[in-house]
Design a protein. Sequence first.
Length: 305
Amino acid sequence: AAMPAAEPEAPASYDMAYSQGKAEESGVFGGEDAGSGADAAALYGGHKVIATYNLEMTTESFDEHYAMLVAKAQELGGYMQDGSVSGTKPENYNDYGRTANLTFRIPSDKAEQFMEYAGGTGTITHTSKSTQDVTLDYYDSETRLKVLRTQLERLQNILVETDNLADIVELEKAIADVTIEIEQMTTQLRRYDDLIDYSTVYLYINEERLTAGPAATQSIGERISKGFTSNLSGVGVFLENFFVWFISSLPVLLLLTLIGFGIGLLVRRVVRRRKGSGGPRNGRNGNPPTWVKPGQEQEKQHEKK
């Protein structure tokens, strides 16, 4: 009797596809193509650089320059990612002003233009620029992503052809692993693209003290008068708040007063009882007996004689 034809072994095809994918990855990351960022840039064309800027400045026109910087970032195609302002606007002579910490994302080809504009809105106290060359990592990740997608396609084709349950389980597990790697690599490349295409600019703005204008040219008497008026106003606000608190707290204050009065009466009563319940009194008129030293009574009798 003729023997039935043997079914094709899916595991062999699966192992071949998986091993071939690993070999391609090894060729990309461990072969002659792996090198410095300059080699990768020459091979694939173009450096991949992440630029970060820092700028510290002081300004007299805080509100105006703040609005100008936000508008300029939008004009250049960027945006303000984070921003915080602390302090109060100076109103009196030598008052400290406000501070702002701003983070902008500006298209990398226009970041220098934005820095130049920002520096012109105030007095620069510190500026710096740092770069990170991620050319090699970027192109390695990009190539690996292509290999993973090819490997995923092969595994999916083998899965369609096999009928063996054990092989199906192994193939689905391998497909899931490769899919996770693809998602991670895609996320990393998107992050690189965002950091490369948009430079990060950190701005620290310090509002200058009030040393000019009407408040700065006031005489000593005017400044004293203004300070006295300001403090008097503060006292009035304090008294007003105290009055509101006192009226609203009357029920509690009355209750505490009654409790304190009751405790005082109780203490006085206890003290009186202790005084009234003293030891026996053997002296005359209820007075305590007088203590006589030994021999003192004989001396008194001798004096009488």
